[in-house]
Design a protein around this ligand. Structure first.
Ligand code: AMP
Length: 208
């Protein structure tokens, strides 16, 4: 199963992809996570993109596409994958078409106020990659990851200024992908309100 998770930042794509990857036994490939891994490891790519991510701007297409091509060529992606956060521009989507076939693009929809609330309350565990929310999905012990016990942090691009920019970038560059995939007949709209379990249930039904 080859899936794309579309939708604005804060719609819950990463959280749902985490559930879906286990349910469908396919890897969750998040370009944001890949970039953050490079930043943590201080690779040359990481140094190049650090400021771009912190500001909430998009990494240039050529750089992003190269990274995704390499990831999709790995063995675990041969039977399917969830692409979370890619493509984000029309040129990225056009390139993806040349690399592989997509079964379904899921468009997670959420109202703006909810997105801002979700992003500003989001906390993440760097090592485990787990995503929490202060209010909607708190860890068992405040400030600590349930899996590893590591401290939870706020992403640098979850500040108010970066959030506003990311939403604008989404409207201008990524939202046109909704029509791109709709016109190909593979788009499913998913209401991204409710609990992660409810949203995943809708996702499963839409795919099936
Ligand atoms: P995310 O974790 O999906 O919100 O992505 C975090 C950041 O990584 C974005 O704000 C961009 O700076 C960068 N990024 C992730 N995916 C892409 C992409 N497909 N194209 C360009 N930049 C991306």
């Amino acid at each position: 199963m080859r899936l794309i998770f579309l939708g604005p930042p804060g719609a819950g794509k990463g959280t749902i992809a985490d559930i879906a990857k286990d349910a469908f036994s396919i890897p969750h490939i998040s370009t944001g996570d890949l970039f953050r891994m490079h930043i943590r490891s201080e690779t040359s790519l990481g140094k190049r993109v650090k400021q771009i991510l912190a500001a909430g701007d998009l990494v240039p297409d050529s750089v992003t596409i190269e990274m995704v091509k390499e990831r999709l060529a790995e063995d675990d992606a041969s039977a399917g994958f969830i692409l979370d956060g890619f493509p984000r521009t029309i040129p990225q989507a056009e390139t993806l078409e040349k690399i592989t076939h997509i079964d379904c693009a899921l468009n997670f929809e959420a109202p703006r106020e909810m997105i801002i609330k979700r992003l500003s309350g989001r906390r993440v565990a760097k090592q485990s990659g787990r995503i929490y929310h202060l209010e909607y999905n708190p860890p068992k012990v405040p400030g600590k990851c349930d899996l590893t016990g590591e401290p939870l942090i706020q992403r640098p691009d979850d500040t108010e200024e970066a959030i506003v920019n990311r939403l604008e970038v989404y409207q201008q560059q990524t939202a046109p992908l909704i029509d791109f995939y709709r016109s190909k007949g593979v788009l499913k709209d998913i209401s991204a309100t409710g609990t992660p379990e409810e949203i995943f249930q809708r996702t499963r039904e839409a795919i099936e």
